[in-house]
Ligand binder design. Structure first.
Ligand code: PLP
Length: 364
């Protein structure tokens, strides 16, 4: 039986992509803000409803770019219930992550706990719209204003999500998006930063090109994080189909919800009010179910179905941070991390396969 992976990259047809890249053989312009790059940036500005956007070779370097542009140092309040990238980006910038616990109902940062973590060293909040669930951005904004903190969202999971019509790309001071192959919208590898202060564009762009600010001047110790033309061409093609892909994901999610709702010991996240979802992940919490999360994972694996323990372990438990953080500070995150499993989800996952996965979980 063919293996069902947790995700499967969305791709345009071979013909559509080759047609899109054809003119690169005429221009011989392969990277450094070429014509495809410009076209994709414009397309995404429109799709995400924010003209202030700049593209990156991946999401992680986009986040590092945003952190560098705001010159963050000291302490940064963030969540341990995320992918490695969020925490690593803060640490690699030389700042200290301070972990805030999460809500049990949507797994985003518990805003009632933020203020008690603020010290005179705090410079920013880096929350995560985990699984595409939107953080309580209004309360985060209120706290940030009061304490003069920057807010950079890790919106890697939240491409295209809106709340009461407001695009996720218009929250906080900046947001990072990932266009990695496994995400709802991909450019093979890729990412973006959206931001509110339009004067940041030049800093962000300079920082991702070695800090070079003119033909003979280099003002920053920048890195290299530019998106190339082949990535941008993939993005142009995928952007044409992304709404259709999200609709297909929705059908998959609805089938999962239908099959797994109201099962004692299995809890699903409730849709957030006013939120237009992107159906990026389907997390399930096994809490006093007849089999635990690890047993379910193994059972699916014997049938060639790969589910993933996103996010286990917490980033605060990583070997590279051994002894540095205390998971007891984030008990809800710890609890969820030990019980959550994200089930396979991608646009072309058939409803028959969803049924088969549910049958295995439900022991039918
Ligand atoms: C994917 C992801 C990233 C990193 O993005 P890349 O494009 O893979 O570098 C960061 N944060 C979260 C939550 C992610 O899921």
């Amino acid at each position: 039986m063919e293996t069902i992976q947790v995700t499967r990259s969305s791709m345009p047809s071979f013909e559509e992509y080759t047609e899109e890249i054809k003119d690169l053989w005429e221009s011989h312009w392969l990277t450094n803000m070429g014509i495809k790059h410009k076209q994709l940036e414009e397309g995404l500005a429109e799709y995400l409803d924010n003209p202030n956007i700049t593209l990156y070779t991946n999401g992680h370097l986009a986040l590092e770019g945003a952190i560098a542009a705001f010159n963050l140092s000291g302490e940064v309040i963030t969540t341990p219930f995320t992918f490695a990238s969020t925490t690593h980006a803060i640490v690699r910038a030389g700042a200290e992550p301070v972990f805030c616990d999460i809500n049990a109902d949507d797994y985003t940062m518990d805003v009632s706990k933020i203020e008690s973590l603020i010290t005179d060293k705090t410079t920013a909040i880096v929350p995560v719209h985990v699984y595409g669930n939107i953080c309580n951005f209004k309360e985060i904004e209120r706290i940030a204003k009061k304490h003069n903190l920057k807010v950079i969202y890790d919106a890697a999971h939240a491409f295209g999500v809106t709340v009461d019509g407001l695009s996720v790309a218009n929250m906080g001071d900046a947001s990072m998006f990932s266009f990695h192959a496994t995400k709802v919208f991909n450019t093979i590898e890729g990412g973006a930063v959206t931001f509110q202060d339009s004067t940041l564009r030049k800093t962000l762009n300079d920082l991702k090109n070695f800090g070079i600010t003119g033909p003979e001047t280099t003002e920053y110790v920048g890195g290299n994080a530019k998106m190339n033309e082949f990535q941008a061409a993939m993005g142009i093609c995928n952007l044409r189909h992304v709404d259709e892909e999200i609709q297909k994901r929705k059908n998959v999610v609805e089938r999962y919800v239908e099959r797994l709702s109201n099962v004692p010991g299995i809890s699903l996240l409730k849709p957030q009010k006013g939120v237009k979802n992107n159906y990026s992940y389907f997390p399930v919490l096994f809490d006093n179910y007849k089999e635990n999360r690890n047993q379910i994972t193994e059972k699916l694996k014997t049938q060639n179905i790969i589910a993933r323990k996103y996010f286990y372990p917490l980033t605060s438990e990583f070997a590279c941070y051994d002894g540095r953080f205390n998971v007891k500070d984030t008990p809800v995150a710890k609890y969820v991390s030990e019980r959550v499993l994200t089930l396979p989800l991608y646009a072309d996952l058939s409803l028959e396969d969803v049924d088969r996965i549910c049958d295995i979980i439900l022991d039918i």
